[in-house]
Design a binder for this molecule. Structure first.
Ligand code: FNR
Length: 356
């Protein structure tokens, strides 16, 4: 059953991400161009700090899959892509390992094919500290992603129905692991309040994974035979909204923000870095390229992204991902309305270069 679900997710997410230039909140983020302000490309380094980790690039393949024969092959391909491009990669949820030990190999391949890369394990907020240790051990993982996915669980006929134990559970996992914990959404976003609470629970890295890309409410609706939850499609914050909403809380609590959800282009990556993300994840968009065009096409695409991220960083007069936080960013449209309603001062973002 769980294996079928994983196969359904891969198939439906691939279809959903076909239209990869669909408008989303990233279009409401524009850079002010300073014609004399560019830096030299050769001065740019893409290295970035993610909590206590040093990552070679601010781009990663986000957690997707594993748990069935077909998804073990997807994981092998993604691991080769990560190795060949040098980008960090996260596993899909490793809960299947604790129901069926035979699925372990389909996750372990992420490390076997990519022995010296950055690899993140992935579990739900229901996992025990013992399971967290074991998942990290299976992958020799550099960190553990814990996904919080209440919307997805509610929409899934076989999903969880109780959630109040999550905060305490996340705190016990974070306290017992000796690798960093990254708490992430799965495409419905984070708020500043959530980031502040996660910091109190001992979490140092949060991926705001927002709406605008893969939509699990729509995917689960397409799978289910019972009542239709289409009303929840589009629920939540985008990555852009989540970053803007969480920035103050993250700075106060020294939480590292990651961004994902609806990242379509290298420019979207740079936009998220400019809004305070330390690295940016892509799931559905890369899965679609892998499944439609193959592994080599995805390797070529990611290499192109890294070149363009470097070029745009230089264009903006910066030499590092962190430096992008000093660029002038104008926020328009619905994101601007969201910020006004939440009391977020966006004018400060438009005049940073002079002060940065
Ligand atoms: C996911 N995602 C996900 N996240 C997670 O933490 N554990 C998981 O097991 C999965 N499974 C999964 C399967 C598939 C097929 C996709 C496409 C995605 C969510 C993913 O990491 C990310 O948060 C969202 O997909 C939003 O990013 P994109 O797809 O818009 O780039």
């Amino acid at each position: 059953m769980s294996g079928d679900r994983k196969d359904d997710h891969v198939r439906l997410a691939t279809e959903q991400n076909r239209d990869r230039h669909r408008r989303n909140d990233f279009d409401d983020v524009r850079f002010v161009h300073h014609a004399l302000g560019a830096a030299d490309i050769e001065a740019v380094s893409l290295r970035t700090r993610v909590g206590a980790m040093d990552w070679p690039v601010p781009l990663y393949i986000n957690g997707m899959t594993g748990g069935s024969d077909a998804t073990a092959i997807v994981n092998r391909d993604l691991a080769v892509v990560a190795r060949e491009t040098g980008i960090p990669i996260a596993s899909g949820s490793m809960s299947p390992v604790f129901k069926d030990r035979d699925t372990t190999g389909g996750f372990r391949v992420l490390r076997e094919e990519n022995p010296s890369g950055i690899v993140l394990a992935n579990l739900s907020a229901n996992a025990t500290p013992e399971q967290a240790h074991e998942a990290v051990g299976i992958l020799g993982a550099d960190a553990l992603q814990i996904h919080v996915n209440a919307v997805q669980e509610l929409v899934m006929p076989e999903g969880d129905r109780s959630f109040t134990h999550w905060p305490e559970n996340i705190a016990s996992i974070a306290a017992s692991l000796d690798v960093p914990v990254v708490v992430k959404e799965v495409g419905f976003g984070m708020s500043g309040e959530t980031v502040a609470e996660l910091a109190r629970l001992g979490v140092g890295v949060v991926d705001v994974s927002g709406r605008g890309g893969t939509d699990f409410a729509a995917i689960e609706n397409a799978r289910r035979t019972g009542a239709d939850f289409a009303v929840l499609s589009g629920w939540g914050q985008s990555a852009v909204g989540g970053l803007l909403d969480s920035r103050a809380a993250a700075e106060d609590a020294r939480v590292t923000l990651l961004a994902s959800g609806g990242v379509r282009t290298p420019l979207d990556v740079v936009r998220a870095l400019a809004l305070g993300a330390s690295a940016v994840g892509v799931a559905g968009g890369f899965l679609r390229i892998l499944r439609q065009d193959g592994r080599d096409a995805l390797i070529a695409e990611i290499r192109r992204w890294l070149e363009q991220i470097t070029a745009i960083t230089a264009l903006l007069g910066q030499t590092s991902p962190a430096g992008l936080r000093n660029t002038d960013v104008v926020i328009t449209g619905e994101v601007r309305e969201f910020c006004q309603a939440r009391g977020i001062d966006i004018t400060a973002y438009a005049t940073r270069r002079g002060t940065g």
